[in-house]
Design a protein around this ligand. Structure first.
Ligand code: FAD
Length: 286
C-alpha cells in the first residue's frame, strides 16, 4: 500500500496489456491488474484472423502474449477491482480488502454483455457487486446471488455467513457450495424488481422475493468509478484517450465499438503515451 505506482492499468485484456507493455518500455512503475491475463474473450476466440501477423486460436494468441510479457517483464497482478477513487493527486484502487495507489489510471475493463434490467436502477438500493463491502447489511436476511463464474463461490459462502438464506443462481454448470443455507436455483435471472429498493429477483420461471441481490461479476462502470462520464454504456474519451477525470484514461472495448483486438491494442498504446506525457507535465509543473 505504501508504493505509489506511476500508473495502474485495470483490465487484463489486450488493451490493458498493450498499455502496460508500452508503459514498461517508458520505464514507468506499472501495476497491471485484472481477472485473467490477456482476458477471457481473447482466450475464447476459436480463430483469430484479423490481427496483423497472427493467425491461430485465441489460446495460441494468449500463449504468444505470455511469452512476450515474460520477456519484456510486464508482471500481471490477479485481482478484481471494485473501486477507483480520486484522492488528491492520486488514485486509490481497491480490490476487496487490498488497495493500491497510483498517479494515473488506464481503465481497460472491456464490455459486459450480460447486464440485467433493474441493475443500474437499484444499484446501492438492494443491488450490490461487492460481498465484502455490503455483506454485513444483510444479516438475517434472504438474498439472491447471481454468479458469473465459479470464482465467485467463495464470496457467496462469505455472504451466507451473514444472510439467513442465499438463493444462488450460477450462470454455469457444476456449482458447489459448502454452506447449508445456500440453495442452488435452477432458473434464469432476468431482472431486479422493486420500488424504493430492490425487493425481488425476477427469473424466467418465477419471481423470488429477496432483500438484496448480489451480482457477482465485474462491477459496472458507474459503480467502479464515481463521476466518470459515459455515453451509451461506454466511457467517453478524447482523441488522446483521456476521460473527464484528470489522470484517468480509458482504452479498448470499454470506449466503444468496433470491438476488435487491433482497435483495443491501438487504444492501449495511445493511452500509454498520454499517461507518459501527463506524468512528464506533472513533474515539470508540480
Ligand atoms: C468469442 C469471441 C471471439 C472474438 N474474436 C475476435 C476476433 O477474431 N478478432 C477481433 O478483433 N476481435 C474478436 N473478439 C472481440 C475481442 O475479444 C475484443 O474486442 C477484445 O478482447 C477487447 O479487448 P479489451 O482489452 O478492451 O477487453 P477484454 O478482452 O474484454 O478485457 C477486459 C478484461 O478486464 C477484466 N475486468 C473487467 N472489469 C474488471 C475489474 N473491475 N477488475 C479487474 N479486471 C476487470 C475482464 O474480466 C477482462 O479480463 C472476439 C470476442 C469474443 C467474445
Amino acid at each position: 500500500m505504501d508504493t505509489v505506482y506511476d500508473v495502474a492499468v485495470v483490465g487484463g485484456g489486450i488493451a490493458g496489456y498493450t498499455a502496460a507493455l508500452t508503459l514498461v518500455h517508458f520505464k514507468r512503475e506499472v501495476l497491471w491488474i485484472g481477472t485473467t491475463p490477456f482476458g477471457e474473450k481473447l482466450r475464447a476466440a476459436e480463430r483469430v484472423n484479423n490481427f496483423p501477423s497472427f493467425m491461430g486460436t485465441g489460446e495460441e494468441f494468449a500463449a504468444l502474449l505470455t511469452r512476450q510479457a515474460e520477456r519484456e517483464q510486464v508482471p500481471f497482478t490477479k485481482g478484481r477491482v471494485d473501486g477507483i477513487y480520486a484522492v488528491g493527486n492520486e488514485f486509490l484502487i481497491t480490490c476487496g480488502k487490498i488497495s493500491y495507489k497510483a498517479r494515473c489510471v488506464v481503465l481497460a475493463t472491456g464490455v459486459d454483455f450480460r447486464r440485467m434490467k433493474g441493475e443500474d436502477e437499484f444499484l446501492g438500493r438492494g443491488v450490490s457487486y461487492c460481498a465484502v463491502c455490503d455483506g454485513a447489511l444483510y444479516k438475517g436476511k434472504r438474498i439472491a446471488c447471481v454468479l458469473a463464474s465459479p470464482e465467485y463461490e467463495e464470496e457467496t459462502e462469505y455472504l451466507a455467513g451473514f444472510a439467513r438464506e442465499v438463493l444462488a443462481f450460477p450462470l454455469y454448470r457444476g456449482a458447489n457450495f459448502r454452506a447449508p443455507n445456500i440453495v442452488i436455483m435452477d432458473d434464469e435471472p432476468v431482472s431486479v424488481k422493486g420500488d424504493s429498493r430492490a425487493t425481488a429477483l425476477a427469473c424466467k420461471r418465477e419471481e423470488y422475493p429477496v432483500d438484496g441481490v448480489f451480482l457477482l461479476k465485474d462491477a459496472s462502470l458507474k459503480a467502479l468509478v464515481g463521476g466518470l462520464e459515459t455515453e451509451g454504456g461506454h466511457v467517453r474519451v478524447g482523441l488522446d484517450m483521456s476521460t473527464n477525470l484528470k489522470g484517468l484514461y480509458a482504452a479498448g472495448d470499454v470506449t466503444g465499438k468496433p470491438y476488435q483486438y487491433v482497435k483495443a491494442a491501438g487504444e492501449g498504446s495511445k493511452a500509454a503515451y498520454s499517461v507518459h506525457d501527463f506524468l512528464l507535465r506533472a513533474k515539470e509543473n508540480p
